[in-house]
Design a protein around this ligand. Structure first.
Ligand code: AKG
Length: 287
């Protein structure tokens, strides 16, 4: 599958892009069912908190909100789904670098009480650079529109900086910038059919609303980085590229080559305390 020049330019101008028909609808439906089954294996409706569950206002219905790291839990299902699809080629065309699979998550919005996700930039969490090569490919596993909580983007926000952010009350796992820092006049909806993919840049501000419809809204977010990356936190320590065993059997031919793996440059050392002699002087003093 080849992107048109217009699609490529749209991605770099707006910071996001919808590509329809990347997966056949029945494949996306199978992925949705599989993800829900995976979530239900460990789902505990009585567990407190808003990370794993979305609850109805009266608290009587609780359904899964999220699966964290599904590929790691079931590489034999998610691996072929991703790697035998045209999606990877699209990621590479957009960033111009070999995409390295780093982390993934499934976001459910159950009918009527799927909760909103606050405005954020992915790289406020990941802190991976160069951030032009950090990209999310979000697979629509349902027809997604305003009613069931589509993604929404601030066009062009990837051209700005990562904004300071703070936890969202009631959803403390989510970080969001001050509302005054978000130019809502530039908000666009990413309406997409089941099997389409929404790509977004790691600095693009995005959100999703509640599901007020009678339909599910299920999305599979896969996160990719470039081969020469560095990071200010532990994102890269846990990246899938560090776990070659996840490709065993189903995907030997897709396993990232050693030469493609991120070269994680060391973090700069903290400056020495005032008064510390330069290294040469210190070595002489020790000799
Ligand atoms: O699916 C959602 O509602 C949120 C997805 C998201 O924030 C992401 O994929 O980065």
């Amino acid at each position: 599958m080849k992107l048109t020049r217009e699609q490529y330019d749209t991605y770099w101008k707006r910071g996001w892009l919808v590509v329809e028909g990347v997966f056949p609808a029945e494949v996306a439906e199978r992925a949705a069912q599989h993800s829900l089954d995976l979530a239900m294996k460990t789902f505990d409706a009585s567990a407190p908190g808003t990370y794993h569950a979305d609850r109805s206002a009266d608290g009587k219905v609780a359904l899964p909100r999220k699966v964290h790291r599904p590929f790691e839990q079931d590489p034999n299902f998610y691996g072929p789904l991703i790697y035998e699809s045209p999606m990877l080629g699209l990621v590479q065309q957009l960033t111009g670098s070999v995409p390295i699979f780093t982390i993934d998550q499934v976001f459910f919005k159950p009918p009527r009480h799927g909760s909103p996700k606050a405005y954020h930039q992915d790289n406020a969490y990941f802190l991976v650079r160069p951030d032009d090569q950090v990209i999310t490919a979000w697979i629509a596993m349902d027809d997604v529109d305003e009613g069931n909580g589509c993604l929404r983007y601030i066009d062009g926000s990837h051209l700005g900086e990562i904004l300071p952010c703070k936890p969202v009350p009631g959803f403390e796992h989510d970080l969001t910038p001050e509302p005054s820092a978000i130019d809502m006049t530039k908000e666009s909806l990413a309406i997409v059919k089941k099997g389409g993919v929404v790509f977004h840049h790691s600095r693009t501000l995005h959100t999703s609303g509640s599901n007020t419809s009678d339909r599910w809204r299920r999305g599979y977010a896969t996160h990719w980085i470039g081969a020469r990356s560095t990071c200010d936190n532990t994102t890269l320590d846990h990246g899938y590229f560090r776990k070659p065993e996840l490709w065993n059997g189903w995907g030997e031919k897709f396993r990232a080559k050693e030469s493609d793996l991120p070269i994680i440059t060391p973090k700069p050392e903290a400056p020495p305390p005032p008064g510390t002699p330069p290294p040469a002087v210190a070595a002489k003093a020790r000799a």
